[in-house]
Design a protein. Sequence first.
Lengths: 160, 711
Amino acid sequence: MRIEVEINGRAFEGEVEARTLLSDFIRHGAGLTGTKVGCEQGVCGACTVQLDGEAVRSCLMLAVQANGRAITTVEGLSADGDMHPLQRAFHESHALQCGFCTPGFLMSMEAYIREHPDADEEELRDALAGNLCRCTGYLGIIEAVGRAAREMRGADVQRD
Amino acid sequence: MEAGLSAGRLIGHPVRRREDERILRGRTRYLDDIDPPGAAQVAFVRSPFAHARIGGVGVPDGLEGVFAVLTAADLEGRVRHLPVQGFEGGEVSTEGHPVLAGDEVRYAGQPVAAVLAESRALAEDAAELIEVEYEPLEPVLDARSSEVTMSRWHKVSGDVEGAFASAAHVVRASHGLPRLAPVPMEPRGTIASYDDADDLLTVWVSAQDSHRQLAGLANVLDRPEESIHVIVPDVGGAFGSKGAPGPETMLVAIAAVMSGRTVKWAEDREENFVASYQGRGMEADVELALDDDATIVAVRARIWADLGGYLMPTTAIPTHTTAMLMCGVYDIQAADVEIVGKRTNKVPTGPYRGAGRPEAAYFVECTVDVAAKELGIDPLELRRRNLIRELPYETALGWTYDSGDYERCLDLAAELVEPERRSDDERVVGTGFGMYVERAGGLFETADAELLPDGRLLVRSGSSPHGQGHDTTFAQVAAERFGVGLEDVELRFGDSKEVPRGVGTFASRSVAMGGSAVVQAVDALKQKCEAVEARLGRSVSLREIAVAEPGLRASARFESDLVFSSGAYGAVVEIERATGALRVLRLAAVDDAGTIVNPLLAEGQVIGGSAQGLGQCLVEEAVYDEEGNPTFASFVGYSLLTAAEMPPVLTAFVETPSPLNPLGAKGIGEGGAIGTPGAVANAVADALGGVRVDPPFTEDKLWRALREAGS
């Protein structure tokens, strides 16, 4: 089947089997390997991307379901210039080690803090519980997401 | 020489990682991100039985998109079984794991055949259609009742009999730690391609280093090492499970040689759970003899290790480590320790974060708490009476602890954790401590330092990262010793044709061994640079030195005895009476890893290791059903902790430098996984009024234990 999608602002089209997962299309069809696949069961969250701005697990969707829609992957989180505040906060708080789960955390939490700018630590921890990390023990990630949310709130205040 | 502008003291500073930006922007390249065009994709046919005889393997004709199906018969004469590593004083079976099963399978998940096809989906489709005749046999699932011993080690030192006969108190306890799955977020994987003209086999593998892969491949494929090139790309975690190459890597490599195609196997999560070697799986009966003033005068232990169906290359090693550490941090003059490794119909075990150390720490520390309870002494006080205070110290079992301040670690842990014990109608709260000493380092490691034409420093290391942050810590070491800025240092790892032959990243050895090799190589290069400067007769920049004397280079191979990290952990836990639900309220983690190169990254190791220790306490267990089927083949059957369950971890470092290396470093990679289980188990027992339970501390177990405690 033929599909057309927009990924990080660029149009991609390709021929896929009906059973092709969105994660496989992004990685092998579009060649954007920043998105990782950790379980193919929708549990670990490593494959999280944004579909029209909403966080989704690309291993639980078929490529054909994304036809005609806009996808953002970790490669599109910041343009070539400065890193996104969430990326900077992950760096500052040592919120990553092997890095395999990191793109999924970034894509989940960017959507979450955009929609819940005032989330407290308890809420952030619950939101983070949808992504698994085996290296960090999460404490750096919790700190990083809180830090980024504060920074993004501050930026909003300045704009107002 | 003129030092770089930002040169200065870097060792000991919480430098943010140089690795991060690439990862955060999604520019990493893990094994499955490498997509060689036209590669044959592999799916394995794996045994659905824990134990069976194989009658035959039938391959139907006309499988769609399939290039080849390989069975043990096709590999006859082309591969050996995987080699087995022994250890000092151990009797270890030499029967290694077959690449593909011949006439018998010994665990569910064992590879029986491999399908090479145009895509992984087609390979999986075809694997479903391969007909294997199995004649199921009775599985053996319990180590204590297994009749086949695959490894054994026994040592008696000092007058153990006499000590027990004349002891004022003898304390006996039994403990067990179930099997765990290492679960790196990136599963395993291998790509191999063979160049017939040059007889060169190139293997990309998700691994903890390049040279152990190289040695394993050369052995099993019976090829000279020069004809193999191993490349380790970005690695998404390992925790011990990507150390020695497994049967799947061997299959991919030989399939590339046989077919002439590039062959790729990217493991999926289900395979990783059932077929990657596991950790722990030990039970122990431990006895302590104590005299009138609660001095521990002797230890006696019988330990059973559930090793699984075969010995993988390093399966037997953790059993030796456990046995050798059975005196813990205590001055015990007599010891009698025996460990037997038994064959069972489960996937083999191997080194998983801690690799024998968490087992020893758990067995010793839980028994010390049982003794404190029976003698009516505060557990901290019993520990203080028996701690080793003069170091270096040779234990009764024969290892020499190089350095440490065990009492300082314990005092700090007690202070940080703020002990609590209380109980009301709804909850019971208790506090526990667990100490540890771990062997780290040892063997050798290599580094090679080169002055680049632009005056920058290039360091090639035989050590290899998979999340630890070598590119930052090794750069800190190299830059400080060379007197340049971090940005002037480039590191390279993980390519067997480029880096010097090294050992790898495991056993908390990278900084102590790899870092020390970097020190020596860089110091030697610096001397060469200074000699050039002296010859030129004036102060010059590194760039001028590189122009005056192109290709300046120095190598080092650093070797040392084992170093011994140590620590004390404390935990406060709360158990809900109505449900038995456990909450760890806080964890104190005090580690002595000698000199800390980067406290931010070291703390990251401690917290990450603690999370694995807490996972073991709360949720993790690789359970086989009564027929030997794994019930943990997905994240539904095997849970990891999430951010929602992580308690606060209060960390501190004690830095007693090791005298055995130029950095004074020991190891920090495993302390969290080693110290946590004993501390939490003792806290749980404290909350339960002394009733002992082994992890994982499930609601069911704790609810029953509460009733036992109440009666």
